[in-house]
Design a protein around this ligand. Structure first.
Ligand code: HEM
Length: 129
């Protein structure tokens, strides 16, 4: 089955304690059944309703056990996630492939002129000898 895409409107529709979605790292989770069991309490989860909770979730330093609970609550990918990834890749800040391409580009930018300079001096040296 294809993964569902959750829109910002849908995310905001599920902002109540008895019907709550949480957005973490581009993925939307239905925490309705979990909210009363959350060791961090219900209020912090409710405070993140309808928005990107990634920073709040990461700031707490949630354990691997906490992260292991996420797949069971998975609803779908957030609509903006792909756009965000594309923007990141385009800016070349987080995508390692883009980074290395940019690095290679800047290496070339040094070596091509240096090579030409070297060739020029070699030519001068040999032609004047
Ligand atoms: C669906 C998402 C979440 C899950 C599955 C989850 C799960 C857990 C779990 C299992 C713990 C116990 C400690 C640990 O194992 O790391 C915990 C603690 C905590 N969580 Fe979450 N959490 C979620 C989202 C959030 C969010 C969005 C916040 C927002 C600030 C938050 C705030 C906290 C806090 C403050 C604690 C520490 C409680 C304490 O040690 O007294 N959690 N969470």
């Amino acid at each position: 089955m294809a993964t569902k895409t959750v829109t910002i409107e849908e995310l905001k529709e599920h902002s109540k304690k008895d019907d709550l979605y949480i957005l973490i790292s581009g993925k939307v989770y239905n925490v309705t059944k979990f909210i009363d069991e959350h060791p961090g309490g219900d209020e912090v989860l409710l405070a993140e309703a309808g928005k990107d909770a990634t920073e709040a979730f990461e700031d707490v330093g949630h354990s691997d056990e906490a992260r292991a609970l996420l797949p069971d609550m998975f609803v779908g990918n957030f609509e903006g996630a792909q756009l965000k990834e594309a923007a990141k890749a385009a800016s070349g800040l987080t995508n390692p492939h883009v980074n290395s391409a940019v690095e290679q580009g800047s290496n070339l930018m040094y070596f091509v002129p240096l090579g030409l300079l070297g060739a020029y001096f070699a030519w001068r040296f040999y032609s004047s000898a």
